[in-house]
Design a protein around this ligand. Sequence first.
Ligand code: SF4
Length: 944
Amino acid sequence: MDLNNFNKQLLTRYTESECKRQLFLDLAQIKPELWYIDNRAIERIRHERLQNKFLKDLGNKFEQKVYSHLVRYIGVKYNVKDNGEVDETYLNPGIFEQFYDELIKNTNLDDIILLEFQYETPEYFFKKIFPPKNNVNEIPVNFGEQRPDIIIIGNSFNKKKKKVVELLSDGTTREVPKSEISTRFGISIIDVKNISEDHIGKKQFIEILYYLWTLASYLKEHNLDEKFFVRIDFNGIFPQYSEDILKTLHSLDDFLDLTIQLHWEQTHQVFLDIIQKIKKLWLKAPIPIESTPVNIQASCGYCYFIEDCKKTLGIDSEPCDWSLQLIPYTSFSIAQQLLSLGFKTIGDVSANIGSIKIGNTPEPLYAELPLLKLKALALINKQVVNPQQGEIHTYSIPRFTTISITFAIEKDPVNERVYAAGFYVDMVVSGKSPFGGIFNNWWKIWKDGLNSNKKPKEIQAKLNKNLIRPLPLVEVEQFLYFLKKLKTIIIYLKGDKTKSGQPRKTTEIIYQFAIINKGHTNEEEINFTKHIIKKLYTIFELCNVVENYIVTDGYKAGTYYGPTTSLFYWSKRQLNNFQSMLERNLNSIIDDIDVWGKYLAIISYFTPSDSEVAHPYQHKKLFNVQDFAETILGFPSIISYTWHEIAKIVKKINSSNKFWVQHFNYMDFNNWYLMLVEDDIPEKKNFRSELRRQVMHKIRTINQLRKVFQIESRYVISKHARIISKEEIRRVILPTDYHSIAQVWYLFSKLTGSMEEMDTEHFRTIYPEFSIAKLAAAKVSNLIIRQSGVKKVYYEFQMKGLSSNMKIRANDRVLLIPNEKRDMSANRRMEPWKVSIESMEWLSHINGYKVITKETSADLFDMVKKDKEIPESPEDLDWYLYPTYIDAWSKKLYGKNALLQRYNMGRSWLGSRLSYLWKIRSKQELFWPENWTFSAPSVYLYAP
Ligand code: SF4
């Protein structure tokens, strides 16, 4: 705990969490008796977080780097340490007076720049926030001194704005009159932060405001405000830049140009609000701790007071008596809504949530109801709770997997560095699969071939006796090369004895690897990235051969049926980490011909090209296991779902608290810092090995969880949730002679189409209550089929209450299906279930619409009666309305006589030229055209 508890961290913590409880407890740390009446100690966190000075050291290093350029400026003042670095200097009113004289007398001196100057925080500032009350004159917090990195005193900035505005010590602002300009000097503050430009925000600006306010009070307290004033402009953060950019710093203006300046209006209001909140808390104090509400959120896991808050929420009692705020992913607003309805505990939610009356107006709570019930039940019963059969048919993970690659990519968010990566390959084919036998034999032959060092030709002869597609010798040699390269690949054969002595039921191939970034520099991340690309390339090539040759004949002549590769990860953040790492290091990847080739081969799994358009079918190849757990299952976890907590519940797998912090899914990156700062080489290696082991533990565990979900929760996964094949993935990519604009245009259209299709499927297959609350579905009442002529029918029904909000209108084509048909595949068989809306009439007495459809030849009632899987009669079923979606545009772009195929539009050299000018690809290439004849439409489109 910092002895000076009122510091800039207190303010920034609140800016991030917006939790009043945290603010209150932070304020009360040193003098609790002035703040709360409870006579109890605050619960301490169970596992002390790793503290590491690495970040601070990196920050200091960057500051010194920046200073090394600034010290050449005229008017710069600083002290020097023995090692030549800028040291801190004490600032007092006398020194301020000296600076004033200097600026007044030396007319050639525009500004004085102070590096690392420290001043006392004036009591005056705190007395305003904590005014004396009820005989308490004491300031109820401890505070230290202020040391901004750079203070600029002078008037050169005056000419940059029409008005010069100052901050007064009471927090108000005032325009500095022209008459004062010659006698008063403005002060600005700039802090140097070793963080990237896009990470600069409210949090950093609040620190600057704290400096500005305390400085304004300091000037006032020491009667210096007649000579100086604090500017509201030209303050900000100087973020992380490369040495090349720092070298361009030749003047104060250059420095200011690279500074991210604070926007006064927006940021100052935030600061004022915090100060007001603190003041109010003080005026109310002392109060009971529990009277300050908790704001449970995912980031609470890193809060120092988490255990205390859990105690407040009843964690020491039985789960049914815990506050409902502990239900995972229950936002503050949902919790408030439940509390206002009289629900208090998890027991209340589990017992009475069904009694909540669904109103006609959409409320965020309605969509949450089914999952809230599940989560509450899981907590009460201390076990996993699955939805009922038929409630959900999710597509978030496939039902079966033959080749899976589970990956984890850990990032240090502060320095934007990926520091650990791991991949776990698991190939297993069920005995029932048509290619199960071929798979077993394939690996038997390879295991034997490896063990007895057989020649490729011998292996080929044996394999080909077993395969439908003959395997060429060159492929055998390559596969052998891959296997030897991967070294630690494990081949378990069906019938081999397991550790317990039982024969294995299936053949299973496992390969895992994890690597740790050796340092924090750009160069080290480049090497690390290249290493991953090379390794992944080998893995994917190995999987390709398996996919291509372990096959049986497909339904159509000339097609094959075999295993497919899919990728799994836990949390979207992992995929983003990977993609952003590739993006950051793209130039170095391009410059390395070997790596660039491998990159192009693997990237199709993530993005189809370097065009930065995500693959339209990415969601059918890469699966977020966390998404499945979070949206479908109830786990007895509080606040959030983490893979390590779930693994403990469902597989009794323990994970290290030091690496895997409670409530968080990623590794505590301080562990990596420990490795970085370690100078002892053997010890450094030990740290690295341990990090590697931990990443492997993570990917292995997520792989196990995925399997558990696929087996135990199979019935909630849609029958049609399958992994897309390589061919289907490739089919989306236009032939290589199509120019980049055509490629990106078509991909984008496919991507939009497939995203909309995914949404439509999601709403159809998730809980109907959820979709209705999201206005993406309606429950149909009083459904009547009416005859129209001999063969035609039409339907009449009502959409009442919340369902009447579904976003449809006349002429829309919608799906009218009973609950039992929600898991239908979006193919031609879906067509008869689609109806077009003829009219919608609002009937106030039923509080809903009377809807009439257009005529159709499909008799839905008859179709239900003929369906053997639906025993009930159509009148007794629950019917729903869902939107439909067809990707009409992509076909118009590329297909039979589509736009890109007409007038050479997709292949026109003019298109290539424009792509080159627009820099669409990461690697720009343009060759001379074969001839200079172009179609008029392509000229019109690409070179008007
Ligand atoms: S744990 Fe969460 S709710 Fe409790 S004080 Fe910290 S931020 Fe607030």
